[in-house]
Design a protein around this ligand. Structure first.
Ligand code: CP
Length: 455
């Protein structure tokens, strides 16, 4: 029987373990904040003279503090990635961890609503429910998806693909339902494919971007979604730079929420369409070596892909510069067995690109996310490209017939050579095409939960 490693999670600010506090909220890349620190930070941010002491080695940054770390990088929130200039206040903890006032607010809301859901207008538990009955109210992440649930969704995506091959017909799965694409970050593939998927299923689809909404006049996320609900929205597809925003919305509306990418945290439909594309080309991924290459630290796509690929039995190899790899990634994933089994998730960190690519069945190149990075993580783009770029020569190390994926948008000539991006091994455009069928299947899944609630 596979052995499972036990990992102790600690608050990155006060160092208390999970069992010493009431709630530990996870950020990306292995950072955590506990409920006690969240309350202390909230009070100190509201009142600098607060009696609630901050933990040792933790303090609110002031104007006298430099805006860059000693190593030369901008000071950024370890949870949402925003720089100090983009937020009102930033709290520094030990070991270079930071949290901004916006993420403190979000954590506080999550904690308070878990303690007293009725006071927040929703007595129902709105976490994504178990899909034992084949139904999910929301699609917020894929960390708790089993192989059989993924397989069932893919069977529905096959049926959706067949429906898409008949452009003249529309399905009525979502007929009479209002679906809102609420995008606080830019997107081409995800937003358009969700819109096409919703329309094909018969929904009334509307798009809201933050820059063209009352968010610019100071309306909060919660007020925005309540307004959308008052306008009849039953399905909200949300993209946000803040990890946890879809989860928060899910607690405030009666309808369903689908995460279209939140901060560094998760991009569940991207992971599902990536896996679907691989399976359609190569068959089952069990035992396959799948390399995720590049800026893994900032990648919600990588995080979600690790859950789905390992759930199906693939070995995931993470490769990139040490500054762009999440610490202890292999142990963190191995500590959470695949749902319904005691199977250990196989994740390997291999910092040498040639060793990582040798024998690979799939190489997934990731975009270098310059907008989320601290300066100082890389010597230069030219050096990154020279050392970590996926070139035709490097791809020859992979197995014959290996596939190349990229979630897009690509920085051609940086993380991927155009000869690879448009070469025979590339299935990048297939990923985009498959995104519509996968998102139709995901919308149908949550619509099933809506139907059940209405019965
Ligand atoms: N892969 C992805 O999320 O692309 P978009 O940002 O264009 O949606």
């Amino acid at each position: 029987m596979a052995k499972t490693t036990r990992i102790t999670y600690r608050c990155s600010f006060c160092g208390k373990e999970q069992n010493e506090v009431q709630r530990l909220i996870a950020g990306p890349g292995g950072v955590y904040v506990c409920d006690e620190c969240t309350h202390a930070f909230t009070e100190v941010l509201a009142n600098a003279e607060s009696a609630l002491a901050l933990p040792a080695h933790t303090r609110v940054l002031t104007a006298a503090d430099p805006y860059k770390e000693k190593v030369g990088g901008l000071v950024r929130c370890s949870f949402c990635g925003k720089s100090r200039e983009q937020v009102n206040a930033m709290i520094a903890g030990p070991g270079g961890v930071h949290i901004c006032n916006e993420c403190v607010d979000l954590c506080l809301q999550i904690i308070e609503e878990e303690r007293n859901p009725a006071a927040h207008g929703h007595a129902e538990q709105t976490h994504a429910p178990s899909s034992a009955d084949g139904v999910r109210k929301h699609l917020l992440d894929v960390d708790d998806w089993s192989a059989s649930e993924i397989g069932a969704l893919f069977a529905r995506a096959d049926a959706m693909g067949a429906a898409l091959a008949r452009p003249e017909t529309k399905l009525d799965t979502l007929r009479g339902k209002v679906m809102v694409n609420l995008f606080y970050e830019n997107s081409t593939r995800t937003r358009v494919s969700f819109e096409l998927a919703g329309k094909k299923l018969g929904a009334d689809v509307t798009n809201v971007t933050a820059s063209a909404s009352s968010v610019t006049k100071g309306e909060s996320l919660i007020d925005t979604v309540r307004t959308l609900q008052a306008l009849g929205a039953r399905i909200v597809v949300v993209r946000s730079s803040q990890a946890g925003a879809p989860d928060l919305i899910a607690r405030h509306i009666d309808g369903s929420v689908l995460n279209a990418g939140d901060g560094w945290h998760a991009h569940p439909t991207q992971a599902l369409l990536d896996l679907y594309t691989i399976v359609r080309r190569l068959g089952p991924v069990r035992g396959r070596r799948i390399v995720i290459l590049g800026d893994i630290l900032h990648s919600r796509v990588a995080r979600s892909n690790i859950w789905t690929l390992t759930a199906m039995g693939a070995t995931v190899v993470l490769c990139g510069p040490p500054t762009l790899l999440p610490p202890a990634a292999a142990d963190l994933y191995a500590a959470r067995p695949v749902p319904g089994t005691d199977a250990r998730r196989e994740v390997i960190v291999e910092p040498h690109i040639e060793r990582a690519l040798e024998g690979a069945d799939v190489v997934m190149a990731l975009r270098l996310q310059r907008e989320r990075q601290q300066a100082g993580l890389l010597p230069s783009i030219r050096e990154y490209s020279a050392v970590w770029g996926l070139t035709p020569e490097r791809l020859k190390l992979a197995n014959p017939g290996a596939l190349v994926l990229h979630p897009g948008p690509m920085n051609e000539g940086v993380e991927i050579d155009p000869a690879v991006a448009y070469g025979d091994a590339s299935v990048i455009e297939e990923q985009v095409t498959n995104g519509v069928a996968i998102r139709m299947a995901a919308l149908e899944l949550v619509a099933g939960a809506d139907q059940k609630r209405g019965e």
